[in-house]
Design a protein around this ligand. Sequence first.
Ligand SMILES: [Zn+2]
Length: 256
Amino acid sequence: MNWRPVDCHAHSLFSDGALTVEQVADRVRSLGVVPSVADHISRDVSRSVSDIDGVRAYLDALDGFPVLRGGEFCWHDSLWRELPPDLVLRFTHRLGSLHAIRLGDDTLVRAFARRLPRPITIREYMAGHLASLERLAREMPVDVLSHPTLVALPFKNVDANELWTDAHERRMVDVLFDANIAFEISTRYPPHERIVRCAVERGVRLSLGSDGHTLAQVGDIRRPLALARSLGVRDEDLYDPVRHGSKTRSGQAVLA
Ligand SMILES: [Zn+2]
C-alpha cells in the first residue's frame, strides 16, 4: 500500500498563512502526507485571495509545485459564483465553508465577529446554521465542508451537547450525504466525536484538514486521522481528490 493521507486544507501566504507554497509542500510531504493548498478565496475574509485575477495568480503559483490545488470558498460571499469555468477546472477540489450564516430574517452573523448583530439565542443561531448549510449544499459545487462545527465566537465555548441536538446532527449529515460533500475533521476546529460518528454511520465521506497556517501546523493531521480510524474508517476511504474525484472534474489531472 502506498496510500498517503491528504491534508486537504493547508494555507499558504496567498491568504492568511505565512508560508510559501514550496515550504508547505516540503513540510507536508516530510510528514508522509499529501499536500494540498486550500487558501481562502473570498471578498469577505481579511487577507484572502479576493478577486478573479488573484485566483488566477494563485493557481499559476501552485502549478509550479507538487501540491493539490484546492481553495476554501465562503458560501455567503459571491466570489465563488463569479469564477470563470476555465479557472474552476484548474482546481483539483474545492472546499466550502460557513464563515457567516444567515438567520431566518436574513441577518448575517459572521463567525469571527466578537459581537452578535443583535441578541440571538442558541436555538435561533443553530437553526440559521443548519439552514445556511442546506443552502450551501444546494448552491455550491464543493467537495468538502470545512470545519463543519465552527460557530460564531460568542457561542464558541458553549458545550457541544447544548449546541448540537441529535436532530441538528442528523440534518447536517443528511444534507452532506445527499450533496456528496465530505465532512472535514479539522485539526484547528476539532468536531466533537459524536457528530463524526453520525456522519460515518450515514455514509458521509471524511476529509482530513490541518487548516494549518504555520510550518508547525501544516500537514499535522494526526488527531483527525486517529479519530477517523477509531471510528472504523479505512484510510483509503478518506477523501483524496485524485482517488475519489471532484466536482471540478479535474481531479485526475493532478500530480504526474
Ligand atoms: Zn475556514
